[in-house]
Design a protein around this ligand. Structure first.
Ligand code: DUC
Ligand code: ZN
Ligand code: ZN
Length: 493
């Protein structure tokens, strides 16, 4: 009997900290050998001429998330919307693009605890093929939720709490945000934050709509850079006050990134994430005829070409160290997606979010590595190693090392492709990246030793994805520096 279930032979293995030609021996879903030459396994895959990368880790994806209001600006009694993407379709899309693990969001609906939604979400996620972990959204931080339910989800392997500083049904006040921060600190969780100023956006939105400026392009006008910069500053200040590590999600501009850089220089544990949309799309994309601009509508808003350059610079400096997709797909056709409130709805009532699970790695590789903006090692760290480490998934995920899960993307760095919606293999009827020419494409994806995509054909058993429970991890431990030495979150006596 062969020593290995699968051998990946002859590739250039990119670890995030250097590249070397070596063979990879896989047994029981794990990497068990890395050597210049390994004997054939039960199966052998020729990776000659290809890069072998850790499977992508996308630590920010909205998949099949039953969201009340579907990320629109309106409040009130909104219909419940479920993202059109199921865990099954999302898994296919992720594998098509070289991603093997995701962290997605368990919702909390105002007026409810978090446990009922978790039970429902666990069942949905279990039907996919991707490996997955959860962030828990906190939109109603009652004492019951924070004191009784959070310890229970932590015990079930959830180690990140997500808060929104905007969106009508989701945003928290500063006081509520502080309560979440101290709860996270007490239980060893990371807090991930959507940073935009709720009141400022609400006020500008009302003024724009009153002035008849309702087209999709005014979405960008409702939330200029200053509202993101202010909320980023405030999130960092409040996190500093209680010594709680945070990750700032989807940074779209240099001004917000500079707030993060300043915090990092003060020694704070503040991390910044950006997404391909802030490197390739602009606010002008929303200025298309009729409803078309809705296809590019996400929050924060895409900015300008100049701003894209500044975001690249903040990636190069290391201020922004994770590139996720913020995959949140709503189809342009039908009644469940962007047009849920009608095709002439004001921008305020159009769901925010764009699909990007499959496009993330090809876009970042092409715009980053192929165009010489970042190195291959840096690409691997941004898309796999760093998100895995920050989310407490390393060293099982995000690395090519003995003992790690055998999650790999075999990558042709020379292969040219034009992004078209069928290539994305998602459930959404469009991609905002349609027509983008890329150099570099995944030719095979391996998840825990199983070849789940080859030449664009995805084959994996529904329900084969595994939940990735996360235990306590040092990387996000508080610094032990409290304002006046006063602990606002002492353990209960
Ligand atoms: N931004 C989006 O565009 N969609 C989902 C949530 C978010 O913050
Ligand atoms: Zn967000
Ligand atoms: Zn998001």
């Amino acid at each position: 009997m062969a020593d290995y279930d699968l051998v990946v032979r002859g590739g250039q293995v990119a670890s995030g900290f250097g590249t070397m030609r070596c063979d990879i021996g896989i047994r029981g879903g794990r990497i068990v050998a890395l050597a210049e030459s390994i004997a054939d396994g039960t199966a052998t895959l020729d990776a000659g001429g290809l890069l072998v990368l850790p499977g992508g880790v996308d630590s920010h994806c909205h998949i099949e998330e039953p969201a009340r209001g579907g990320y629109v600006g309106t409040g009130g009694d909104l219909a419940v919307t479920v993202n059109e993407e199921s865990f099954r379709t999302a898994s296919t899309s992720a594998f098509a693009g070289g991603t093997t693990s995701v962290v997605c969001f368990v919702p909390q609906w105002k007026g409810e605890g978090i446990l009922p939604r978790l039970a429902d979400y666990e069942q949905r996620a279990a039907k996919g093929m991707l490996d997955y972990s959860f962030h828990q959204i906190i939109s109603d931080p009652t004492d019951e939720v924070l004191e009784r339910e959070v310890p229970q989800i932590v015990a079930r392997g959830i180690r990140s709490l997500k808060v929104f500083l905007t969106y009508e049904p989701l945003h928290l006040s500063d006081e509520q945000f502080l309560k979440v921060l101290v709860t996270a600190r007490r239980h060893g969780c990371l807090v991930t934050v959507h940073c935009e100023n709720y009141a400022a956006i609400k006020w500008r939105t009302e003024m724009l709509i009153k002035a008849g400026m309702t087209a999709p392009k005014y979405h960008a006008w409702s939330r200029p850079i200053v509202v993101e910069r202010e909320a980023t500053h405030r999130a960092i200040a409040l996190a500093e006050l209680v010594d709680q590590p945070i990750q700032v999600f989807h940074v779209s501009c240099a001004e917000a990134a500079e707030e993060i850089a300043r915090a990092q220089h003060r020694g704070l544990k503040v991390w910044g994430e950006t997404c391909p949309q802030y490197l390739t799309l602009t606010a002008a994309d929303m200025d298309r005829p009729g409803f078309e601009g809705a296809a590019y509508m996400c929050s924060p808003s895409p900015r300008t070409v100049e701003e894209q350059g500044r975001v690249w610079e903040m990636i190069r400096r290391g201020t922004l160290d994770v590139v996720s997709s913020d995959h949140c797909g709503f189809s342009m056709g039908g009644e469940a997606g962007k047009a849920a409130n009608g095709r002439d709805a004001p921008f305020r009532d159009i769901p925010n979010g764009i699909p990007g699970l499959a496009a993330r790695l090809p876009i970042l590789f092409s715009e980053g590595v192929s165009k010489g903006r970042i190195t291959l090692d840096h690409f691997v760290r941004l898309t796999a190693t760093n998100p895995a480490r920050l989310m407490g998934l390393a060293p099982r995920k995000g690395v090519i090392a003995i003992g790690a899960d055998a999650d790999l993307a075999l990558w042709d760095p020379k292969k040219k492709a034009v992004i078209k919606n069928p290539l994305m293999q998602h459930a959404i009827d469009y991609t905002p990246y349609e027509g983008l020419e890329v150099t570099g494409w995944p030719v095979a994806t391996i998840r825990r030793g199983e070849v789940v995509m080859r030449d664009g054909v995805v084959q994996a058993e529904p329900g084969s994805g595994q939940f990735l429970p996360r235990g306590a991890y040092d990387f996000i431990a508080p610094r032990g520096v409290l304002a006046n030495g006063f602990d606002a979150a002492p353990a209960p006596s």
